[in-house]
Every structure is written in C-alpha cells, then in structure tokens.
Design a protein around this ligand. Structure first.
Ligand SMILES: C[S@@+](CC[C@H](N)C(=O)[O-])C[C@H]1O[C@@H](n2cnc3c(N)ncnc32)[C@H](O)[C@@H]1O
Length: 254
C-alpha cells in the first residue's frame, strides 16, 4: 500500500513505470515480429504510442501524454546522431544541476515574464521601505529588475537548484544589484521577516505554502502568486496579464 501511495505522489516514478509497462506490453510483439525488418525507430514510435495510452488510462496530466509519446522516438533519434558520449554526460550534468531537484520539489524552472515583473512592481510599496522574498528565485532576473526599479526595498531570494543559483550570483555581481540570494530550501525559511512574498511555483505546493504563510507571515503582509491559486482561498486581488503563458497574478493579504 505504501509503495502505491509513494508512486502516486511521484510523477517521475510513475512515468518510469509507465515506460516499463509499455515495454512489457510490447514484448510479445518483439518476439512475434523479430524476423520482420522493423527498424528500432519504428519500435520506438510504437513504444511511445503504448506509453501514451497507458498514461492516458492512468489519468496523468496532459503534458505527460505528449512526453510519453515523444520520449522513446527522441532517444533513438538522438542515438542515431552518434554524438560522442561526453556530450550526453555534459547535457545530463547541466540538466541535473538545473532540474534535478524537480524530482523532490515538483516545481521546474521557468521565468516570470516582463509583464509579470512590471505588474508585480506596481503592487509594491512606492515610498516606504519593505522587504521582498522570491521563493525559488531561479536565475535572479526578477530580483535584479525589481531592485533597480524600487530602491526602497530589500530583496531576498532562495533557490534550490545549483545552476540557477550560480547564475543569479554571477548576475548579481556583474550588475552590482542589491539583492541577497541563498542556496537552499525555502520551506526552512521563516516568512515572518518579509512584507511581500512572491511565489511562481506549480499547483503542487500551493496548499502547503498557504499553511506556512498563515502561520509565519505578519498581519497585513502580502503573498503574491504568479499563475497558481491556493485551492479554496479567494485572492483579494487578481491581475490578468497579456504575456505569453497568459499568466495571472493573485494577491492575498495575510
Ligand atoms: C518557476 S521558477 C520561478 C523562478 C523565478 N522566481 C521567477 O519568477 O522568474 C521556480 C523555482 O523555484 C525553485 N524551487 C522549487 N522549490 C523550491 C524550494 N523548496 N526551495 C528553493 N527553491 C525551490 C525551482 O528550482 C525553480 O527554479
């Protein structure tokens, strides 16, 4: 039972098992048609189709269906390029340093748009001093822009993924911007110190984030989420943006 519940909570594990299941389902066909001249790429397309059907049956999110459909064909097509193994190692290393933590956090890296940054900037106190936290600060672009636009604020960020953290640190030094970035887990930080907390995460941690914000943030402080709502909690304000992902900023006053 515990095994099933941990699989259910881990989309990556479920995805791995989906591919295994598709492989097992195709195995009898491999045997029957082993004499036929079916290319590896042909088998990969078949594997992708079966895996996509399995993920559809398992009610996985829609993007998983597309990922399953394309995964094996993409792997075989890449192998056909006969690239030196060092390239695979390098690409794997970069992806692991950028997205490796997503396995735990279920929050990948994508960046706030210019429109979101502008709208967020208009929501910040214009005169008095305030402290601002970007939970999962990515490559630090948002903090850099805001710290230049509003010098009346103190800006902080916490980022779990090593490569984005490194990029934001180098960026901070090169641009002489005034913000602090920490490499770590924002769940371990105390939100009581911030007047404005910004989160651009994913649907997964929003309920937990609301519990944390309610326990730790000071009355009157602001929690702003880009794109993701807190289930069952109406925001005080929401701003629909005209950017590429069609984001909305949601604001809750504690
Ligand atoms: C969608 S990106 C947002 C980046 C940036 N805040 C922006 O708006 O451009 C979310 C980031 O949160 C980071 N993250 C997710 N969970 C985290 C955690 N528990 N502690 C620190 N960073 C986390 C991810 O590594 C990712 O870089």
């Amino acid at each position: 039972m515990r095994l099933f519940s941990s699989i259910g909570r881990s989309p990556a594990l479920l995805a791995f098992l989906t591919q295994l299941l598709a492989l097992a389902a195709l195995f009898p066909l491999f045997i029957i048609f082993s004499e036929q001249n079916i290319s590896l790429f042909g088998w990969a397309i078949l594997q992708g189709m079966v895996a996509a059907l399995v993920s559809l049956r398992l009610n996985m999110a829609r993007w998983w269906i597309v990922i399953h459909l394309l995964f094996m064909p993409a792997v075989t097509a890449t192998l056909a390029l006969s690239l030196p193994p060092l390239w695979f190692g390098l690409v794997f290393l970069v992806l692991a340093l950028m997205y490796g933590k997503t396995y735990q956090t279920q929050v990948p890296l994508y960046l706030s748009s210019q429109e979101a940054t502008k709208a967020l900037s208009a929501m910040l106190p214009q005169q008095q001093h305030f402290s601002f936290m970007d939970l999962g600060s990515g490559c630090g672009g948002l903090l850099k822009t805001l710290s230049h636009l509003h010098s009346n604020g103190s800006y902080y960020g916490i980022e779990a993924a090593p490569l984005p953290y490194l990029v934001s640190t180098v960026r901070k030094i090169l641009s002489a911007s005034k913000y602090s970035i920490q490499w770590g887990d924002f769940w371990k930080d105390d939100l009581a110190q911030y007047d404005v907390v910004y989160a651009y995460l994913s649907p997964v941690p929003m309920q937990r984030l609301w519990e944390k914000a309610r326990q730790e943030m000071q009355p009157g402080s602001l929690l702003i989420s880009n794109s993701f709502i807190i289930p069952g909690v109406l925001p005080e304000k929401s701003i629909q943006l005209n950017d590429f992902p069609g984001s909305t900023l949601y604001m809750w006053r504690i």
